[in-house]
Structures are given as C-alpha cells and as structure tokens.
Design a protein around this ligand. Structure first.
Ligand code: S3P
Length: 168
C-alpha cells in the first residue's frame, strides 16, 4: 500500500461504500471522507433538498467540485456517491487521487438495504425494477474501476482484508 496515495470507493447506492470505507481507513490508520457529506457541508442543505430545490445537475456540479477540492490529499479513503461515475470529468479526478475500487454488491442485498433506508432521491419511492435498471445502466461505468470487489453479505472487516490484498 506504500505507493498508494488514497483509495477511492465507487459503487451503487447502498453498496457499503461508507461502512467499508470507514473500516478500511481504520485498518490502514488513514483518514476517511464521504463525498456526500462534503457536498451537504458545501451546500448547507441535505441531498434531498439539493435535488428538490436545484435539480440533479447542480448536485453533480457540487460532487465534481468536492472531488476537485480533494486533490493533493494523501492517506485518505474516499467514499463517493453512487452517481459519481456518470460524469467523465470525475474519472480523471478520481484516478489522480488513487486507485478506484468498485464494490460490486449483489442486487438482492442492494434491494433489501434500499427498502430499509431513505434520504436518496434516486431510490426513495421508486420501484425496484426502475432502480435495478439504473444499476444495470451504470454497471459499465463502475466496471471502469481499477479493482472490483464482489460483495455478498460478509462483515466489513472481511471486505477490507480483500481490498488490502487486491491493492497490495
Ligand atoms: C446517488 C447516490 C447517493 C447520493 C445521491 C445520488 C446516485 O449516494 O450521492 O443521492 O446517483 O446514485 P450513495 O451512493 O452514498 O447512496
């Protein structure tokens, strides 16, 4: 891991980026940041408020601005929002930060987690077929990551060890 500056986690909503990211940062003795939280801090509003008040494009602009502001960091695990992979400009910014790791979480797990959670404008109140369609459309973008980790429902510590092995 010595030559790695940061690790960038990408994946669909509810794929575990924040949970795994925090555990990975603990394991490495690194810092952890969550792009969604940075966007909320920057906008001074929640994600549903940004989507409802300004629209998705403004949210995406904030997301790109946050990635830009992270440039130059070292020793940080960065959890991104699920749609960050949809903007081409974000790829260069992510790759400059460090290896991009795709958490490829089984759709059934995503379904269960998204049913139990709220606060995601692109999932709340939507039926699973529509969410699954978005997942499938985004899959080729996630697969541009440097490393892919397949996740069923194992504890975060196990996923962390697999990421460390893959990046070693
Ligand atoms: C989004 C995912 C969310 C958040 C926003 C949009 C998406 O982050 O950035 O609601 O487009 O997939 P999580 O992946 O952390 O849920």
């Amino acid at each position: 891991m010595a030559e790695t500056m940061n690790i960038v986690l990408v994946g669909f909503m509810a794929s575990g980026k924040s949970t795994v990211g925090k555990a990975l940062a603990d394991r490495l003795g690194w810092q952890f940041v969550d792009c969604d939280e940075l966007v909320v801090g920057k906008a001074g509003r929640s994600i549903p408020e940004i989507f409802a008040g300004d629209g998705e494009e403004v949210f995406r602009d904030l997301e790109t601005a946050v990635l830009d502001e992270l440039q130059g960091r070292q020793g940080t695990v960065i959890a991104t929002g699920g749609g960050i992979v949809t903007r081409e400009a974000n790829w260069e910014l992510m790759r400059r930060l460090g290896p991009v790791v795709f958490l490829r979480t089984a759709p059934e797990i995503l379904r269960q987690r998204l049913l139990a959670a709220s606060g995601r404008p692109l999932a709340d109140g939507m039926d699973w077929e529509a969410i699954l369609l978005r997942y499938r459309q985004r899959l080729p973008a996630y697969e541009r990551a440097d490393v892919t980790v397949d996740i069923e429902d194992e504890p975060p510590a196990m996923i962390v060890e697999r990421i460390c092995t893959l990046l070693a």
